[in-house]
Each structure stands twice: as structure tokens, then as C-alpha cells.
Design a protein around this ligand. Structure first.
Ligand SMILES: [Zn+2]
Length: 324
């Protein structure tokens, strides 16, 4: 079993990467789905699929290189939303094997001996559109994608951007016992106090760790300042490694998830968070018991570099008030 990520975590805080799809959308290689498909979770949510891995592999490799250069110790293969049903909705279902394999190969080629490669598995959106009756289909989709990622030889798996704990637990069941470490991070949406199926951050952390996740935490939807209370509650609930991959978009007390903001997806530039917040977040992570730090939507290499600076700097005060 490859334990490389756990060995790294045993030494120090690990710096990851993140934000691939939004960054590649800005660069013209990913479709945001704006105005064309309205699946389940609202406006513009139906696209952001990773066919760039086969359509423009050089663009993806370049972004990996930027993260590596910024200090990322883990490169996430761009397999987010690469379950067969989601790819089918984008017109790429037939390419499911090819996209998953290519994404891992591209990340591995850039990582070489300098970084680990994680496979990303995200929600199917079927729980949002069909409800829990989709569970059987969802399980088949996860089993297929996880087998593809393990075949492609990822170092570990990141199960991320799940709004519901019940769907996450299906993914976790499909992934555990397969010989790779597992990270499981919930995206709290629309509220930061519970998952969309009603579980508090503490409950999510405890249950995910109990069900075999080596690393638990939160990713996406909020900027670092607003995510911090979620992470604190999780850290108090479990001794598992706490992982954080916040978004770089400013949310509000009324709307605590950026994908529910009216600026999503076509005016995100207007709610972009400054890199300073990521410097402060990384500095604070050292005293908050957060052991894995990456980014999510809105981040690029500059934000990872900012976190590297924060990790090297004295502990700063995280100004949550300024974040809202
Ligand atoms: Zn995100």
C-alpha cells in the first residue's frame, strides 16, 4: 500500500493544489455550462467537466507545472466530475476511461519524483436531481471511476465536493480497502453549519473517520475565513488528519456558498478573494491543527505560493470580519 501521503503528513503540513476547473475555464479550455444546462443544484451547475484532459492536455499539464513550481507537494489529477453519467451529460460518456487515464498520466508526468498524484472523485449530482433513490446507480458510477483511478496508479484518493454525507459514504465504501489512503472532504452548501442532508461538520468528521477516511475536512464553497469554524469543529471531533481546500471567492452571511451567489459562474472575478487571506490562513493552520492545505475554485498557483509563504511565516490573525 502506498502510504506516501501519510508519511509526508507525519513530518509536516502538506501543501496541495486546487482550482483546476475554474482556472481552466478562465483560460478557455473548460465549459462552465453557463446558460445551457440546469441540473439539480442551480444555475450553471451542469458542466465543469474535465474533458480538457484529452482535448487540450498541454493546457492541463501547464497548470500542473505552475502548481508544482509554486510548491504543491500533491497534484490532483483532473478527474473531478469524471463519472460516466456526468460525462455523458457533457457528451463525453464514451471517453470515460480515456479521460480518467489521461488525467492521471498528465499529472504523473509533471509530478515525476517531486509530487504525489491524487485521484479526485466528486459527487455525481444525481442525489440532488433524483434524491436518495439514485444510490444504486451512484454506487456503480463510483465503483467504475475508482477502479479506473486505481488502475492508473494514483497515490491516494481525494473524495471531495460532496454536499451530502450519504452520497460521500457510498464513495467511501467503494474506495476503502483498496490499498490507497483516502481523503474525504464535504462542501458545506448552502449552510456552513450542516451538510445538505443535515449533518454538522463535527458529525461528518467523526463518521467519515469512523468509516475509513484517513483525512477528513472541507473543500470549496467558502473562502478561508468562513471555512475556519467548520474546520475547527471537525478537528475537535476527530483525531484524523484535517484537510482544508477553501475556495477563493468571497461569500456573505446570507449566502455562505459561492455557487449560490448571483456572481456564479459568469461574474466570479468580482468576488475574488485576495491572496493575503490565503497567507493568513496557512499561517493560522499551524496552530489550528490543519495538516493538509490546498485550494479549490478560484485558486491558482499564486494562491498556493501564498500559502507556502504563510506556512513559512509567523502565525497571523485571521480576520474573519474582513472576510465577510
Ligand atoms: Zn471548488
Amino acid at each position: 500500500m502506498s502510504k506516501a501521503i501519510l508519511e509526508l503528513l507525519g513530518k509536516d503540513i502538506v501543501l496541495g493544489d486546487g482550482g483546476y476547473l475554474v482556472e481552466l475555464e478562465r483560460r478557455g479550455y473548460v465549459d462552465s455550462g453557463s446558460g445551457r444546462e440546469k441540473v439539480g443544484t442551480g444555475r450553471g451547475s451542469g458542466q465543469f467537466t474535465p474533458e480538457v484532459a484529452i482535448e487540450n492536455p498541454d493546457a492541463l499539464a501547464e497548470l500542473h507545472r505552475e502548481f508544482l513550481n509554486a510548491g504543491s507537494q500533491v497534484l490532483q489529477a483532473l478527474t473531478f466530475f469524471a463519472t460516466r453519467e456526468k460525462l455523458t451529460r457533457a457528451g463525453y460518456g464514451q471517453e470515460t476511461e480515456k479521460i480518467n487515464r489521461a488525467a492521471v498520466e498528465i499529472a504523473r508526468a509533471v509530478a515525476g519524483d517531486h509530487a504525489l498524484v491524487a485521484g479526485s472523485v466528486s459527487r455525481t449530482q444525481l442525489f440532488e436531481s433524483e434524491g436518495p433513490s439514485a444510490a444504486g446507480h451512484v454506487r456503480e458510477l463510483f465503483e467504475e471511476q475508482i477502479a479506473l483511478l486505481l488502475d492508473a496508479n494514483v497515490d491516494f484518493l481525494i473524495l471531495e465536493t460532496f454536499f451530502r454525507l450519504d452520497e460521500m459514504l457510498i464513495a467511501l465504501e467503494c474506495a476503502r480497502g483498496k490499498g490507497v489512503p483516502l481523503m474525504a472532504t464535504i462542501s458545506f452548501r448552502p449552510l456552513t453549519i450542516r451538510s445538505s442532508d443535515g449533518h454538522s461538520p463535527a458529525e461528518c468528521a467523526r463518521i467519515l473517520a469512523g468509516e475509513g477516511a484517513d483525512m477528513v475536512g472541507a473543500n470549496c464553497e467558502q473562502e478561508p475565513g468562513r471555512m475556519m469554524p467548520i474546520l475547527r469543529a471537525m478537528r475537535e471531533a476527530t483525531s484524523a488528519v484535517i484537510a482544508a481546500q477553501p475556495a477563493a471567492f468571497r461569500t456573505t452571511d446570507e449566502t455562505a456558498s459561492f455557487t449560490r451567489m448571483p456572481q456564479f459562474p459568469d461574474a466570479l472575478e468580482t468576488i475574488q478573494v485576495a491572496r493575503q487571506e490565503f497567507i493568513d490562513f496557512a499561517a493560522r493552520a499551524k496552530t489550528e491543527g490543519i495538516a493538509y492545505l490546498g485550494g479549490c475554485c478560484g485558486c491558482n498557483a499564486a494562491y498556493i505560493k501564498a500559502m507556502a509563504r504563510g506556512l513559512a511565516a509567523p502565525v497571523a490573525e485571521l480576520k474573519v470580519e474582513e472576510a465577510v
